[in-house]
Ligand binder design. Structure first.
Ligand code: GRF
Length: 218
């Protein structure tokens, strides 16, 4: 008997490269998960075409068709429940999640953000990291709570900021890591290894990473 796979609902608004890496890892069975549904709030989202090409169920629920945020969220929650989704994966989903949505999937909604949270929440964060003069940036997979990029952190990847970096080159370096850590985080859920301990998330069986990163190097 093949073991049961974790059913994912992926929400995206844009190009969907994170979605693509999850699709690829599901297909290659490098993660024990399957995409039950892809939902986009934007009819032009590249993510819809990627889901179509991969033969995964997908639909557009256009937020502009709803007067209230809560009504839009209710429609999204209904579609996720209908698809039997166990873990909601926000992959470039540019909408704030309401309380009713959070209550429908307690500790079951995760997001990826292209900075080392809690530094630089919100939008245009690679540009902000460059302007600030940060020596490191990276990406964060975190639980979604009521705030903007404030939920408990599950996994982070660090990349150096290089002297010649532009917003584009830094974003590309971060995105490469996003594609790796998001699928890894999903696999941790599939293995039942993610535990909440207040704000701190514990990963059962994870090894300690003792190495410091210094930029510029000594
Ligand atoms: C990623 O940088 C993600 O961290 C942010 O939005 C971007 C989405 O990229 N939340 P893509 O649509 O997955 O290519």
């Amino acid at each position: 008997m093949t073991p049961k796979k974790l059913r994912l609902g992926v929400l995206a608004s844009g190009g969907g490269t994170n979605l693509q890496s999850i699709i690829d890892n599901c297909q290659q069975q490098t993660i024990d998960a399957e995409i039950a549904v892809v939902i986009c709030n934007n009819p032009d989202a590249g993510a819809l075409a990627r889901a179509e090409k991969a033969g995964r169920p997908h639909l557009c629920i256009n937020h502009r068709d709803f007067k209230q945020r809560e009504d839009f969220d209710r429609a999204v929650v209904a579609a996720l429940q209908e698809a039997g989704v166990e873990l909601v994966v926000l992959a470039g989903f540019m909408r704030i999640i309401s309380a009713a949505f959070l209550e429908a999937f307690p500790q079951r909604i995760i997001n990826i953000h292209p900075s080392l949270l809690p530094a630089f929440p919100g939008l245009h964060v690679q540009k902000k990291a460059l302007e600030y003069g940060a020596r490191f940036s990276g990406c964060t997979v975190h639980f979604v709570d009521g705030g903007v990029d404030t939920g408990p952190i599950i996994i982070q990847a660090v990349v150096p900021v290089l002297d010649g970096d532009t917003e584009e080159s830094l974003s590309a370096r971060i995105l490469q890591q996003e594609h790796m850590i998001y699928s890894h985080a999903i696999q941790l859920f599939a293995e039942g290894r993610v535990q909440m301990n207040g704000r701190r998330v514990q990963i059962k069986g994870a090894q300690d990473n003792q190495s410091a990163l210094i930029n510029p190097p000594l």
